[in-house]
Design a protein around this ligand. Structure first.
Ligand SMILES: Nc1nc2c(ncn2[C@@H]2O[C@H](COP(=O)(O)OP(=O)(O)OP(=O)(O)O)[C@@H](O)[C@H]2O)c(=O)[nH]1
Ligand SMILES: [Zn+2]
Length: 373
């Protein structure tokens, strides 16, 4: 699993080419942390000599937990590091000799959400390759929530997979699979997260050097999955309340866990609310069927309610489109526009405030110049 392959063709002394020899090379410690040519290419010659790349494994209030070629490092969150706002999964360059933070490398992908409360964007993770959308085969199973996670994964260009947990407690999985038909190509696996053999099927999606984010609401079994996949007790798990199928909320940090063969799993505990922001393309991709239908509507500003010639309503009447899916598409679009407006207002407010500060400072300077103070 943790091997990368390259082939070498050798020329023998008669000048003819011998068959290619397949050499398997063990992934380097850095590659096992997710280091790729995308990051390597960002380094200048000077940085290659003088700096060390380290990955952010966890962000605490006053320090970062980093991992690099030589192991783990704890770095105080001070100075320019704070201004750069590193998040879990980021790559940083530290100066070899002093250990000083030099810079944050560009991200291959990033996940953001509207912070609970709805006034600020919060980074969830960076440099993620694929996403496991985790949902349990019980009352938690919610197509609209899956669509929300899908929009987020698709916006960031990550490969989404759907992991349906608690298969051992589910008597009939057929209705769940039936409900997933509109999701077409989305790869789906059903597992008992407590069982190593059952979880082994996910190894094909957890290759060496790949970073996988686990997304799903509280209690669906993200930490259990992480522990069983790794074969270690990396994350604390909650206990389930039988009455409402909801898991107990356990307070842990969002952190990156490296598995022995080099895959990296990002556990996002307690994800109850995932406010969408800046994911217009992800929503469009997730609902590409409705978007295509909407282009066929008679009126270009059709609201898909009761307008004549509405192709979307016709599809619902004909049974090829679920009304729930249309409502969720509209709901997510409204949420995006609302959150976009809130952020724009906040930025405008901040601009006005800084202009006011500047003008007060200028007036004070003028008064001083004219000897009024
Ligand atoms: N029977 C069964 N129980 C499971 C399965 N997956 C998780 N559980 C149980 O469900 C409960 C909640 O699991 P967690 O792994 O803590 O859930 P989580 O998604 O990490 O929850 P948060 O940390 O709150 O986000 C635990 O008691 C697990 O043992 C499963 O596939 N089968
Ligand atoms: Zn319409």
């Amino acid at each position: 699993m943790s091997k990368s392959h390259f082939t070498r063709r050798s020329v023998n002394r008669f000048g003819t080419k011998s068959p290619s020899i397949k050499i398997e090379r063990e992934a380097s410690p850095l590659q096992k942390l997710g280091w790729k040519s995308f990051f390597q290419q960002q380094l200048t010659l000077e940085e290659l000599e003088q700096c060390l790349p380290l990955r952010v494994m966890a962000v605490h209030r006053s320090r970062l937990e980093l991992a690099g070629e030589k192991g783990a490092v704890s770095l105080p969150l001070t100075g320019s590091l704070v201004a750069n706002l590193p998040t879990v999964g980021d790559w940083l360059l530290l100066e070899k000799s002093s250990g000083y933070f030099m810079r944050l490398l560009s991200r291959s992908s990033q996940f953001e959400r509207m912070a609970p409360g709805g006034h600020q964007v919060q980074m969830i993770a960076a440099n993620v390759d694929s996403v496991f959308i985790v949902s349990s085969l019980n009352d938690d199973f919610n197509l609209s929530r899956i669509e929300r996670y899908l929009a987020l994964a698709r916006e960031s260009g990550c490969r989404p997979h759907l992991i349906l947990t608690k298969a051992d407690l589910c008597e009939d999985t057929a209705p769940f699979l039936q409900a997933l038909r509109p999701f077409g190509e989305l790869p789906v696996a059903m597992v008992n997260s407590l069982d190593q053999e059952s979880v082994a099927q996910l190894r094909q999606w957890c290759l060496s050097g790949e970073t996988i984010a686990l997304l799903g609401s509280s209690g669906v079994g993200k930490s259990t999955l992480l522990n069983t996949l790794s074969g270690e007790s990396l994350a604390e798990t909650g206990t389930i309340r039988e009455a409402d199928s909801k898991g107990r909320h356990t307070t842990r940090k969002r952190s990156l866990h490296s598995l022995s063969w080099g895959a990296l799993l990002l556990d996002s505990p307690g994800m109850r609310e995932l406010g969408l922001v800046h994911v217009e393309d992800g929503v469009a991709e997730t609902f590409s069927d409705i978007e295509a239908l909407a282009r066929e509507c008679r009126f270009s500003d059709c609201q898909h309610q009761s307008e004549p010639g509405c192709a979307v309503q016709e599809a619902i009447t004909g049974g090829s489109l679920d009304d729930r899916r249309l409502r969720n598409w509209q709901k997510l679009q409204q949420e995006l526009s609302r959150n976009g407006q809130t952020l724009a207002q906040k930025r405008a407010g901040e601009r006005a405030l800084s202009q006011m500060y500047r003008s007060v400072q200028n007036q004070a300077r003028k008064r001083k110049y004219h000897g009024e103070d």
